[in-house]
Write a protein that binds this ligand. Structure first.
Ligand code: SAM
Length: 318
């Protein structure tokens, strides 16, 4: 798959996401002692709507993820697709909630950067060493493989290479597997994400997918969001799949998944525990409630299962 200027811009989005998370963490929205090790402090202030939106995203994804871990009694693996500088592995390790193995995938250049941070910062490398047992840990510029954590460089549009790299790290097709993608598929054409989703169902016996990304992109507000990303040279090749909650679900159901659910982030926000919402709403004054509502109408959480026999109808954040 040819690399392009647009791919370069897409790679830049991982800093954006992590800087927004770092900003919100420093404001007290949620705890993450690791994010500071991966990204610099953002230069400019972020609007409270952005931090609240990220808060809802982290809680919503976390809720589905914990339900999967409990249902499988941690006898499972997680594959975070387009993980960027995500810190979930370290947080799960702290909470004693690690699956059997946690994998991350991103473009090789992003992976190289992440491995460099891990190697040079003991708070990041120590948890990997502590959870490692057996033979020596494999590490080079493009991949790191330990017993509980692996990070591989691959383009998600190149499935043979993705499969080969995951297999090198001993991914287990028999083990219940949770795949997650946060703001990733939107950068791939509908054909490429359809192939990826289908590949997952062919590769893994029992799987769940959590997808968080844009939705309702056809309206005026959606158009402004698209223009904003495009002005940064990002090609939103997958925006067709983000037209509605229905199109979000459809692409799973058309590609081998048995169940699919999708809810917008307004719904997620409204079913967060009221005491948590009161706490975060007191952190920063928000005068534009409508803007927050509009933003949250344009992001959704979608989850799908395969082998629902084993997983049940799947969890729900609400
Ligand atoms: N999921 C992370 C998070 O929520 O913090 C990062 C989100 S960032 C918006 C999108 C990530 O997807 C980037 O790290 C980018 O490099 C990765 N990505 C996008 N397209 C990809 C592809 N075709 N192959 C591998 N990684 C990809």
């Amino acid at each position: 798959v040819a690399s392009s200027a647009s791919d370069e811009a897409v790679r830049g989005t991982c800093d954006d996401a992590s800087q927004c998370k770092r900003y919100a963490v420093n404001k007290g929205y949620w705890k993450d002692p690791y994010i500071d090790h991966f990204v610099r402090q953002p230069k400019e202030r972020k609007a409270p709507e952005i931090s609240r939106g990220y808060y809802a995203r982290v809680q919503g994804v976390g809720c589905l993820l914990k339900a999967f871990l409990e249902k499988t009694e941690y006898n499972c693996q997680i594959i975070n697709l387009g993980a960027g500088m995500d810190t979930l592995f370290w947080k799960l390790k702290d909470e004693n909630q690690l699956p059997r193995k946690y994998f991350e995938v991103d473009f090789p250049t992003i992976v190289t950067r992440k491995i460099h941070s891990i190697k040079s910062k003991p708070p990041l490398s120590r948890p990997i060493m502590e959870s490692h047992s057996g033979e020596s840990l494999l590490i080079d510029a493009h991949s790191l493989d330990s017993s509980r954590y692996a990070i591989v460089g691959a383009d998600l549009r190149d499935l043979p290479k993705l499969e080969e790299n995951l297999k090198k790290c001993n991914v287990d097709p028999q083990l219940p597997t949770l795949l997650m993608a946060e703001c990733v598929l939107v950068y791939m054409t509908p054909e490429c994400s359809a192939h990826l989703l289908k590949w997952v169902t062919e590769m893994f016996l029992t799987a769940m997918f959590i997808n968080y990304e844009q939705v309702n992109m056809g309206d005026r507000f959606g158009q402004i969001m698209i223009e904003n990303l495009q002005s940064r040279q990002c090609n939103l090749a997958g925006v067709e799949d983000c037209r509605s909650l229905e199109t979000q679900k459809e692409r799973f159901l058309l590609n081998g998944w048995e169940t699919a659910n999708a809810i917008d982030m307004v719904t997620v926000y409204n079913c967060l525990p009221p005491e948590d919402v009161r706490r975060v709403e007191a952190l920063e004054f928000l005068d534009e409630k409508e803007l927050l509502e509009q933003l949250m109408q344009h992001y959704c959480l979608c989850w799908a299962t395969k082998d629902s026999h084993k997983l049940g109808r799947g969890p729900s954040p609400c």
